[in-house]
Design a protein around this ligand. Structure first.
Ligand code: ZN
Length: 307
């Protein structure tokens, strides 16, 4: 397993650097019974309400992007292969991402891009309100899309809607004009999506083929790291607590390597990390859309050990 003892670095702010605004949307909750994946808080309380976060990213020039779409409204509309797990996890979603955006004054039709960290049901939401948006996924996602629902009635992954624009991230020259950055911080490779250092997609494999994370530059030399399902609970990225559990990861050895990279990233004073299901962020009062995370991130950085 990779271990990181040396310094890591990030691309510097450039003259005239642009920053993005990041907003968290609480797109439904799950009640996972999995102690091993979700941590000791389940042992203590008997259950855990885990949010499914989606994130809105606004760029002055490139407009609006969503990172993950969270859950589907009322847990309905998934391929039947998910039925058992949707019931087991007591999916609770009275307002989906499109509802939350509209409540906050943002029209779903104004979203230009949607990034899926990965294809699990609690991240893909409902694409229907966003027919104009380009979908961006890790290239290895294509492996899963060979067996889709409803062509295959037992398929877990729904076919893309007809006419859906899909872009696969390869972390190579094939992504041009987006630029490959290798490495980025403790991660092996990343894509500078807008080619201006404001928003990066990072290869974060292990959880599911194609899993990716994002790093948003929100103010000078300051970043919010959207970690998706690199792990499911804060105690795994807090140094020295425990190894990430085998449950729910496609390739546990690779997932654990990614976790070491995540832990190293979290040691940086200028990076604030948010997991897709980080219940403590809600409990601690992380602001939700329409309030931005940018100011909150500065406060979180100031609270970091050694800051
Ligand atoms: Zn998830």
């Amino acid at each position: 397993m990779t271990s990181f003892t040396g310094d890591i670095s990030f691309p510097q702010d450039s003259p005239g650097q642009r920053y993005v605004s990041v907003y968290a949307l609480h797109a439904g909750s799950l009640f996972p019974p999995h102690v091993e994946a979700f941590g000791d808080s389940i042992r203590q309380s008997g259950s855990l309400k885990a949010p499914s976060f989606s994130f809105l990213v606004e760029h002055e020039v490139h407009g609006r992007l969503l990172f993950d779409l969270g859950l589907r409204k009322d847990g309905k509309g998934y391929p039947p292969a998910w039925d058992e797990i949707v019931t087991q996890l007591k999916v609770d979603c009275s307002k989906d991402v499109a509802d939350l955006l509209q409540e906050g004054g943002v029209q779903p039709g104004s979203i230009n891009s949607i990034v899926y960290s990965h294809l699990h049901f609690d991240h893909v939401g409902d694409l229907a309100p966003f027919p104009q948006a380009e979908l961006i996924v890790g290239a290895d996602t294509a492996v899963l899309m060979q067996k889709t629902y409803p062509s295959d009635p037992t398929g877990l992954w729904p076919e893309w809607p007809s006419g859906q624009k899909v872009r696969y991230v390869n972390y190579s020259d094939a992504d041009a004009p987006a630029r490959l950055i290798a490495p980025l911080g403790s991660f092996t490779r990343a894509l500078d999506l807008y080619n201006d250092g404001s928003f990066y997609l990072l290869d974060a494999p292990g959880h599911l083929p194609g899993h990716l994370a994002a790093l948003a530059r929100v103010s000078p030399d300051s970043f919010i790291f959207l970690a998706g399902d690199c792990c499911h609970h804060r105690q795994y990225y807090t140094p020295g607590v425990r190894l990430v559990s085998q449950e729910h990861h496609h390739d546990i050895d690779v997932a654990r390597d990614t976790m070491e990279r995540l832990k190293r990233m979290n040691k940086e004073r200028n990076v604030v990390l948010v997991l897709a299901h980080e219940s403590q962020r809600l409990e601690e009062g992380m602001p939700l859309f329409p309030r931005s995370l940018n100011e909150w991130a500065k406060e979180e950085m100031a609270r970091k050990p050694g800051a």
